[in-house]
Design a protein around this ligand. Structure first.
Ligand code: ZN
Length: 380
């Protein structure tokens, strides 16, 4: 049997155990804001890594769930490889009541199954299978699993960047694109807030003394929309507005929340600068812009392209035709790519419905991609 065939066979042998583990993880609900649920899950994940002989670290996080690290082959002086995942989900506690874990032939449903509890099962199985087959890792590998990816990685960003420093590659086990394609480019994202302060007045008695914050905001929304440049990937969505206090009062306050997506750092800089330069149209009204573009784009750099070119023939040894694509969604791969690390994202299980009630993975896809992950760890 070829090495690839033995890896595939060893993974297929573990199918039942993988599904049982997946069930345990999905049934341990872990929304991004629930520290106690996240910390309990972190303990379970660390136990699993320790059972495989990893050197583990638990990074205490007073502002959210703890983050965890598992290191293999750590005494080797070769350049490290990094695998990045997260164990928080967008689903609140209690979601299981109406969206329970269910296996229906090749489909497994449940909150967070696709994004990305299956990815943890894939990572531990890849390591387990390589060890069982006596296939040594060619370099030290660090597995970093964080607790706040779904809410912007505010408490994990520095940790991700530290662990990514000087690595040979970063593999991000987020779900692939719907077609199964890996993600070699992701947009950067930011949320900016536009606050307008006008002057309140009675709308009937002395409207001329008022300065409408809502009218001003309307002008500014149109100005902000004009900053979009979809031809280079820059899109803008004023997704929330609020303002005013009563129909008969000239509104003193209004605000808008703006979602910005960019494909290059140059565009991030342009948008931030333009937003800061917005000036009021209405005399006597104050405008304030807060927030910034926090996730840099994952640009398809030469290093990213080269890593994909190395992964492709490995996948074809498994009979997989690996393709690549880009997405407007961001992940922790944006951080690793932005500091210059060759990053391959979308190495999780094929499926669909991230953040949606039809969230699911395909068992066959999970098994195939586990073999791919094992082969990448072995060959890159
Ligand atoms: Zn995710």
């Amino acid at each position: 049997m070829t090495r690839e065939a033995s890896i595939v066979a060893a993974i297929n042998d573990r199918k039942k155990a993988m599904l049982a583990q997946l069930r345990t993880l999905v049934e341990h609900e872990s929304p991004s804001h629930d520290k106690s649920a996240l910390d309990e899950l972190a303990t379970k994940l660390l136990d699993r890594w320790q059972g495989l002989g990893a050197t583990t670290e638990r990074i205490a996080n007073p502002n959210g769930g703890d983050h965890i690290i598992a290191r293999f082959n750590d005494n080797s002086t070769t350049q490290r490889g990094l695998v990045v995942g997260h164990f928080d989900t967008v689903w609140p506690i209690g979601t299981l009541e109406n969206m329970s874990f269910a296996i229906d032939s090749d489909i497994v449903r449940g909150p967070g199954v696709y994004d990305m509890k299956a990815s943890f099962v894939m990572a531990v199985t890849a390591i387990e299978v390589l060890a069982a087959l006596d296939l040594p890792l060619p370099r030290p590998i660090t597995f970093l699993w964080t607790s706040d990816e779904e809410i912007g990685s505010v408490t994990s960003r520095a940790l991700i960047e530290t662990e990514a420093r000087d690595v040979a590659y970063a593999l991000v086990v987020e779900p692939p694109l719907g077609s199964g394609a890996l993600k070699t480019a992701r947009k950067g994202t930011g949320v900016l807030q536009l606050n307008v302060e006008g002057v309140a007045a009675h709308a009937g008695v002395e409207p001329e003394k008022g300065r409408s914050a809502i009218t001003e905001l309307a002008h500014q929304i149109l100005a902000v929309n004009k900053l979009a440049r979809p031809e280079v990937g820059t899109t803008i969505n004023v997704g929330l507005i609020s303002g005013g206090s009563a129909a008969n009062v000239v509104p003193a306050h209004a605000s808008a929340t703006v979602d910005v997506r960019i494909s290059t750092m140059a565009e991030a800089t342009r948008i931030e600068a333009a937003m800061k330069q917005l000036t009021p149209v209405t005399p006597g009204v104050k405008l304030e812009v807060t927030g910034r573009i926090k996730r840099p784009p994952m640009e398809r750099t030469a290093a990213v392209a080269e890593l994909f070119e190395r992964a492709k023939p490995l996948a074809s040894r498994l009979g997989l035709n690996l393709t690549e694509g880009s997405t407007g969604g961001a992940s922790d791969g944006n951080f690793t790519a932005a500091i210059g690390v060759a990053t391959l994202d979308g190495l999780g299980s094929p499926g669909a419905g991230a953040h949606a009630s039809h969230e699911h993975i395909l068992v066959s896809g999970m098994l195939e991609r586990t073999a791919l992950l094992a082969l990448l760890l072995l060959e890159l």
